[in-house]
Design a protein around this ligand. Structure first.
Ligand code: OSB
Ligand code: MG
Length: 368
C-alpha cells in the first residue's frame, strides 16, 4: 500500500459518567483520531492516551507532535507491503507507543480491507465472540459503587473490575463481597501502593479476587516479584509492560501471573501479537485492557481480543457505558451472556460516522 494522505483530528467527547482512578478523574475525553488514505482505501485509528501524563507520559499534544514531526514524515508517500512493516521503522523513537500504535493500527485496518478479511482474522483472531468485563471507577460513595456493580452484573458482564487506592480498598471490597459473594471480581490500583503497604495489600487476599492489577510502581518489575511471593492472589501487570521483552522478564522473574495488553501502551498490533505469543508459550493468560476509547479504538480492541490467548474477560464493553452517542455505526453492543460478537465484514467492521466526527472536531491537520 502506498500511503497517500494522512489526517489528524482531535475530537472532544464527554463521558456519560466521570471515570476516576487512583491518579484522577476524567469527565471529557480529548481523542486524537488518525485517518490514513492508501491505494483508494481509508483506515482509521485512535491515540489511546489520557488527557494528562499520569497513566503514561503521553498526552494528546505529545502524540500530535510525535505523529506530525516524526511518524508521518517517515511514512507519507512511502510504499509498505504490510502494516507490520512500519513497526521497525518507528523503533528509533524511544517510547511514544500510543502515537506509534495509532499510525500502525490504521494501516492494519487498510490491509484488512485490501485482503477482504475482518481485522480480527488478519491479526490472527480465532474467537467469534469475546468475553467482556467492565472497569468501574472510584465513586462518590460505596452505595453508588454497589449500584453500578449491580447494573453491570444484570447486563451480563462476566467480571467486574473496581479501581482501588489506599482509603478506597479493604472496606470497599468487603462491602462488595458482602453483597456479591460469588461474582468474578478484580481490583486495579494503577500504582497507588508501595511495598510499605504490604500488610494492607495482604488483607486483599481474603476477597478471593481474580487478580490485583498493577499495585506497585508504574515502571516496576522487581517489587512486584516480592509482592507476588507474599500474596496468594495473582498479580496482573498493566503499566509496566511495553514489549514482549518486558512480558518475558516479568513472567520469568515471577512478577505476575497474568498480563493486560493494551494496543496503545505496547505500540500497536505487531507488538501486541508478540506479547500475546510470548505469554501463550508460557501459559500466562492475557486480556485486553481499555483506555476509555471511542468506537474506533474499541473496534481495534475487539479485533485484538479475538486472539486465542485472550482467555480472560477484557475491559472491552458497550459504547453506551461511555458515550451518549458513539462515533461509529453500529455502536458496540454486548450480548446478555456478556460477550461481543466479532465482526465478520472486511476491515474494522464498524463504520466511522464522518458527519458526527466532523461536528466534534476541534483541531485538524492534513498531510500529503
Ligand atoms: O488502568 O486499565 C486502566 C482507564 C484509563 C486509564 C487506565 C485504565 C483505565 C481503565 C478503563 O481501567 C478501562 C475502560 O473501560 O476503557
Ligand atoms: Mg490498569
Amino acid at each position: 500500500m502506498k500511503i497517500d494522505h494522512i489526517e489528524l483530528r482531535e475530537i472532544q467527547l464527554p463521558l456519560v459518567h466521570f471515570f476516576e482512578t487512583s491518579f484522577g478523574r476524567t469527565t471529557v475525553r480529548r481523542i486524537v483520531l488518525v485517518r490514513v488514505d492508501a491505494g483508494g482505501l481509508t483506515g482509521w485509528s485512535e491515540v489511546t492516551c489520557g488527557e494528562t501524563p499520569f497513566y503514561s507520559h503521553e498526552t494528546p499534544d505529545t502524540a500530535w507532535h510525535i505523529l506530525r514531526d516524526f511518524l508521518i514524515p517517515w511514512t507519507l508517500k512511502k510504499e509498505v507491503a504490510s502494516a507490520s512493516e512500519v513497526a521497525p521503522l518507528f523503533a528509533p523513537i524511544r517510547g511514544h507507543n500510543m502515537a506509534k500504535a495509532a499510525l500502525e493500527n490504521a494501516l492494519w485496518d487498510i490491509q484488512a480491507q485490501q485482503e477482504g478479511v475482518p481485522l480480527a482474522r488478519l491479526v490472527g483472531g480465532t474467537l467469534q465472540e469475546i468475553p467482556c468485563g467492565v472497569s468501574i471507577g472510584i465513586q462518590n460513595s460505596v452505595e453508588e459503587l454497589l449500584e453500578k456493580i449491580q447494573r453491570e452484573v444484570d447486563a451480563g458482564y462476566q467480571r467486574i473490575k473496581v479501581k482501588i487506592k489506599p482509603a478506597w480498598d479493604v472496606e470497599v471490597l468487603d462491602r462488595i463481597r458482602q453483597r456479591f459473594p460469588s461474582i468474578a471480581l478484580m481490583a486495579d490500583a494503577n500504582s497507588a501502593y508501595t511495598l510499605d503497604d504490604l500488610p494492607r495489600l495482604k488483607l486483599l487476599d481474603r476477597f478471593y479476587l481474580m487478580m490485583i492489577e498493577q499495585p506497585l510502581g508504574w515502571d516496576d518489575i522487581l517489587d512486584h516479584v516480592r509482592l507476588q511471593r507474599e500474596l496468594s492472589t495473582p498479580l496482573c501487570l498493566d503499566e509496566s509492560i511495553h514489549s514482549a521483552g518486558d512480558a518475558r522478564k516479568a513472567i520469568e522473574a515471577g512478577a505476575c501471573k497474568i498480563i493486560n495488553i493494551k494496543l496503545g501502551r505496547v505500540g500497536g498490533f505487531t507488538s501486541a501479537r508478540k506479547i500475546h505469543d510470548t505469554c501463550r508459550a508460557k501459559n500466562v493468560p492475557v486480556w485486553c485492557g481499555g483506555m476509555l476509547e471511542s468506537g474506533i479504538g474499541r473496534a481495534h480492541n475487539i479485533a485484538l481480543s479475538a486472539l486465542p490467548g485472550f482467555t480472560l474477560p477484557g475491559d472491552v464493553s458497550a459504547s453506551k457505558r461511555y458515550w451518549a452517542e458513539d462515533i461509529i455505526e453500529p455502536e458496540v453492543t454486548v450480548t446478555p451472556e456478556g460477550t461481543i460478537r466479532v465482526p465478520e465484514t472486511p476491515g474494522l467492521g464498524f463504520a466511522p460516522r464522518l458527519d458526527r466526527i466532523e461536528q466534534l472536531t476541534v483541531r485538524r491537520e492534513s498531510f500529503g
